[in-house]
Design a protein around this ligand. Sequence first.
Ligand SMILES: NC(=O)c1ccc[n+]([C@@H]2O[C@H](COP(=O)([O-])OP(=O)(O)OC[C@H]3O[C@@H](n4cnc5c(N)ncnc54)[C@H](OP(=O)(O)O)[C@@H]3O)[C@@H](O)[C@H]2O)c1
Length: 338
Amino acid sequence: MSDNCCIVLDRLVEGAPRPEDFRLERRPLPEPGAGEMLVRNLFASVDPGSRGRLSGRASYAPPLRPGQVMEAQTVGLVVQSDGGRFAEGDLVAGALGLREFAVTKGRGMRRIADWEQPISTAIGIYGTPGMTAYFGMLDVGQPEPGQTVLVSAAAGTVGSAAGQLAALRGARVVGIAGGAEKCRYLREALGFAGAIDYKAADDLADAIGETCPDGVDVYFDNVGGVILQTALGHMADGGRIVICGQISQYNREGTAPEGLVDPHPFIYRRLRMQGFVVFDYADRFEAARREMRGWIEAGRLQFREHVLDGLERAPEAYSGLFQGENFGRGLVRIGELA
Ligand SMILES: NC(=O)c1ccc[n+]([C@@H]2O[C@H](COP(=O)([O-])OP(=O)(O)OC[C@H]3O[C@@H](n4cnc5c(N)ncnc54)[C@H](OP(=O)(O)O)[C@@H]3O)[C@@H](O)[C@H]2O)c1
């Protein structure tokens, strides 16, 4: 244990992120001070939402500067604790970034439960993406039995969980995803009523019309852009649009955003649209995790993980998110527990 591999931002990102926008650096192993812990990270996530911090412009979080460690959610083992919040040997989830070791006071971190298995689920289905699906669909979308729910990036981490949660509420769920394999998974493994391959569809509007003949009561939007505008044209009276993410727009800074160009349907269809930030629901995460656990253990809620081995593969994993290369929660394995 002499040094600490980290993935740092090499240069500000323009357009789609590329692996060359990052570099691997070896830094000295940090030492915990009083009230701090040294954590050895085992898994780290790659998240589309991080894109907003990589262009040097302020968003809801301050921009990352070249030379700074790339942000990521992490699951790790406390290897040293100098009176820190957690004890040596505890498995903890947090956001310690793409690095092997981190010193932390433990703010915003939690000890993961024994039943969060595999442990990577602590930053997947039991972590931010799972919570985003839960609160975005159930609190904001509020699907009702028999209603039609349309989800974009539906084979992704948030989308696949959001669609299944709507189905658990008795809704008829249709997913939009890129590629035949992802669409087959939505129909055959997750039991979605329909799946649209937006990369292959000749006409997305026709495809939505055919799969949602009674209109869309809840559209759960992970992508924005043209797909959002097209879905808007198929909303049913009184429908709700949940703005969860806008991944199709994240690489378009400096160009005119695509998306809603004609809000007319909001008037004659009496629609509502609402965005949300998952962390606003933090005081309810524990209860949501327990409910999700019940569904997962009963085989009623499934999830996939897309794990690349080695911290050095994180830049590849991250840029792959924007090409749809991940099929499940995007993760890198940094080390083994033993
Ligand atoms: N509101 C919140 O608090 C909150 C919290 C967490 C995440 N989010 C958002 O939730 C969304 C999903 O996140 P996630 O972690 O679950 O990611 P993910 O779905 O696991 O990965 C991203 C997926 O998006 C799809 N995609 C990429 N570029 C696209 C494009 N131009 N057009 C259409 N689809 C595209 C790809 O799937 P295909 O192969 O299907 O194209 C890709 O696999 C993101 O927009 C994220 O920012 C919001």
